[in-house]
Design a protein around this ligand. Structure first.
Ligand code: DGL
Length: 215
């Protein structure tokens, strides 16, 4: 089966690699929007305009399911996209629920783009799962761009991670697929003090369920 994987840029690449490792019998077609990356500060209206034709092309090329490997797109426009496309879409969103379950300190940090943090879906997740938990949202607005340009600012990552831990966070959520590329760096800094969550495993599990229904 042809599976489409989409992100604004290199973030989804990490997700596509993980899917390839898990589902080697399927053909993974990965597309990114190099012209318009980063998406993290764009409005939902503009995102819809940009993403719809890219996903339609994946459908035209024979993809039977598409993974939106982008928190920013999932949390803002996945329902609009679902209404416009004839194939199932598997989304990725910040792991707020598992983070709330795992925290011992009652403080979690969610690293995500400004558009994700402002989205209705993310606000709903917070209301539903974190009513008795403090959620820190550090300023990661430069992260996607620096990862895209392969200009990793280790000091910036250290500052954000340390500050989150100082404020009590014992769970750090990678709420943007670009950050998967720096997961190991954050993990090293947080070692023994906070755990780092990113959703590749649950997304692959969901993808497998969708494929089973299509077969
Ligand atoms: N990788 C995307 C996400 O998961 C978008 C990052 C960006 O383009 O700003 O949110």
């Amino acid at each position: 089966m042809k599976i489409g994987v989409f992100d604004s840029g290199v973030g989804g690449h990490s997700v596509a690699n993980a899917i390839r490792r898990s589902l080697p019998e399927h053909e993974i077609i990965y597309v990114q929007d190099r012209k318009n990356v980063p998406y993290g500060m764009k409005s939902p209206e503009l995102l819809l305009e940009l993403v719809k034709p890219i996903l339609q092309k994946l459908v035209d090329d024979g993809c039977q399911v598409i993974v939106i490997a982008c928190n920013t797109v999932t949390t803002t426009i996945i329902e609009d996209l679902r209404q416009n496309l004839p194939v199932p879409l598997v989304g990725i969103e910040p792991m707020v629920k598992p983070a709330a379950k795992l925290t011992q300190t009652g403080v979690v940090a969610v690293c995500a783009t400004p558009t994700t943090l402002a989205s209705k879906r993310y606000q709903e997740l917070k209301e539903k799962y974190t009513s008795d938990i403090t959620v820190i949202e550090p300023d990661c607005s430069r992260w996607a761009d620096m990862i895209e340009k392969d200009a990793i600012d280790q000091a910036l990552i250290r500052d954000v991670t340390e500050e989150s831990i100082q404020r009590g966070a014992d769970v750090i959520v990678m709420g943007c697929t670009h950050y998967h590329w720096i997961e190991k760096i954050v993990e090293r800094i947080a070692l023994g003090r906070a755990i780092v969550l990113q959703p590749e495993e649950p997304v692959i599990a969901q993808l497998k369920r969708v494929i089973a229904q299509l077969d």
